[in-house]
Design a protein around this ligand. Structure first.
Ligand SMILES: Nc1ncnc2c1ncn2[C@@H]1O[C@H](COP(=O)(O)OP(=O)(O)OP(=O)(O)O)[C@@H](O)[C@H]1O
Ligand SMILES: [Mg+2]
Length: 243
């Protein structure tokens, strides 16, 4: 589903000297349909940058990204916009991906309102929203609340419901539980794993925590200083040593 070749993202350090931060420095990997690839590595090694590049949220310095046979980087803006709903990102801080002025119910309803699910009657939309709220384990009474009135874990559930409403095929989950209380982290990870299975999603799961990545992924890619230094599904001990 995803095929990345020699992907690079350099950030210029200053205006005068030609110095660059090599955030991503030539990574190549693939993700099969329905697979979860874990991306693990120390802080600053380039994990988030890879995630953003994959969804073409930022321009690569060079390299190629194929998404379901489509050359993502070569796409025109309008074509990319059409493709966008097929790939979504879950961020560390759920509040940052929710509109603070929108009630929870409105946030979940927005993809339907924008027509991302095609033409559906209001009654059916309501029913589907109810279903989504149930699937992610939210209390139906929460729909009339604003994000600031919910906990971090509840807001991440809202984010997940909203993403499911968009109905994507590919998800980048970037440390989706890092901002949450330890007591709810496991619940949200469990939910993400179930949703991935039930909805047949393909996923890039990013974390600095090898145990979490191992739990969530089919294969693991280990990053160091902008490069992938190991990809493996079985020899976890090697990954451990690299991290
Ligand atoms: N917009 C930017 N401008 C300049 N440098 C950037 C920018 N974004 C990221 N970087 C740099 O690129 C490198 C990789 O950053 P990135 O956010 O991808 O790391 P990360 O692995 O996700 O780290 P963390 O685990 O802390 O989230 C870092 O050195 C960072 O300072
Ligand atoms: Mg990051």
């Amino acid at each position: 589903m995803i095929e990345v070749s020699d992907l690079k993202k350099y950030y210029s350090n200053g205006l005068i000297k030609k110095q660059y931060t090599r955030a991503v420095d030539g990574v190549s990997f693939h993700i099969e349909k329905g697979e979860t690839l874990g991306l693990v590595g120390e802080s600053g090694c380039g994990k988030t940058t890879v995630g953003r590049l994959l969804l073409h949220l930022i321009e690569p310095t060079s390299g190629k990204i194929m998404f379901d046979g489509i050359d993502l980087i070569a796409l025109k803006r309008s074509e990319l916009r059409k493709l966008r709903p097929r790939m979504q990102m879950i961020f560390q801080d759920p509040e940052s991906s929710l509109n603070p002025r929108m009630k929870i119910g409105e946030s979940i309803a927005e993809p339907f309102r924008l027509g991302l699910r095609g033409k559906i009657c209001t009654h059916e939309i309501k029913r589907q929203i109810q279903d989504l709220i149930e699937i992610v384990g939210l209390n139906p009474e929460h729909v009339n609340r604003y994000p600031y009135q919910l906990s971090g874990g509840q807001n991440q559930r809202v984010v997940l419901a909203r993403i499911l409403a968009i109905n994507p095929e590919f998800i980048v989950a970037d440390e989706p539980t890092a901002a949450l209380d330890v007591s709810v982290q496991a619940q949200i990870l469990h939910l993400i794993m179930n949703l991935k299975k039930d909805f047949g999603l393909t996923m890039l799961f990013i974390s600095h925590d090898l145990e979490v990545v191992r739990h969530m992924s089919d294969r693991i890619a280990v990053m160091e200083l902008g490069r992938i230094v190991a990809v493996d599904s079985v020899k976890m001990d090697d990954c451990k040593r690299s991290v």
